[in-house]
Design a binder for this molecule. Structure first.
Ligand code: DX5
Ligand code: ZN
Length: 217
């Protein structure tokens, strides 16, 4: 077993019984609950928002990792924090020149902050803010849907992020999101990821505990 953390994405859960789904993840050895918040504008899909986080907070002790795929995330940061998010990540593509300020706003609420980059955004766009982050999230699919194929160029980006994290001398998590399976998890780990998001690899498995432990090995 390794010290890699598995963060199942509830995007692939049955939304009609979300509480049970999250409790099942907890029993099956998940380390983090990855909450994909989509607004239908930043991405071509709509999921859930603040109320979901607030209600999940009451039924799980696992950290809630809120990946905001929304425009103007700064408008909602305080409410996600108040709802019980443990970490809030925001996209460079949504914040651009304001990314530094939005990350500082997240920190000011007492919640951990993270910067996210899409597959077509170079690491250099976030190089300056990396030292201010608690986590960096590298997307290995274009955000919007679960079950897409892993984009292998993300591995180079992980290595680059790892180098910048080491250079910062800070304890910053590196998360990878999209298309990760038991078959490619060793590659993402070797490239520097220590938190792995997995949606379909966990929720489509007949045995979720076995799927999570396969991802950890
Ligand atoms: C994509 C989401 C991911 C996705 C991961 O927009 O951010 O978290 O649900 O799902 P899989 O693991 O199925 O690619
Ligand atoms: Zn995500």
């Amino acid at each position: 077993m390794s010290n890699i953390k598995i963060a199942p994405s509830i995007l692939s859960a049955d939304f009609s019984k979300m509480g049970e789904e999250v409790q099942s993840l907890e029993k099956c050895g998940a380390d983090v609950v990855h909450c994909d918040v989509m607004d239908g504008v930043f991405v071509n899909n709509i999921t859930f928002g603040i109320k979901m986080v607030e209600d999940l907070r009451k039924i799980t002790t696992l950290p809630l990792d809120c990946h905001l795929m929304i425009v103007h995330p700064e408008k909602y940061v305080e409410r996600f924090a108040k709802a019980g998010a443990d970490i809030i990540t925001v996209h460079w593509e949504a914040c651009q020149d304001n990314l530094k300020e939005v990350l500082a706003l997240i920190k000011s609420t007492g919640v951990k902050c993270g910067a996210v980059i899409n597959p077509d955004t170079p690491v250099e766009k976030i190089a300056e803010v990396i030292p201010t982050c608690d986590m960096v999230l590298v997307m290995s699919v274009f955000p919007g849907f679960g079950g897409q194929k892993f984009i292998p160029e993300a591995l180079d980006k992980l290595r680059e992020v790892k180098r910048l994290v080491e250079q910062s001398g800070r304890d910053i998590d590196i998360e990878i999101d999209g298309g990760v399976t038991a078959e490619n998890v060793a590659l993402v780990k070797a490239a520097g990821a220590n938190i792995v998001v997995a949606g379909s690899a966990v929720f489509k498995a007949a045995d979720r505990a076995a799927a999570i432990s396969a991802l950890k090995k």
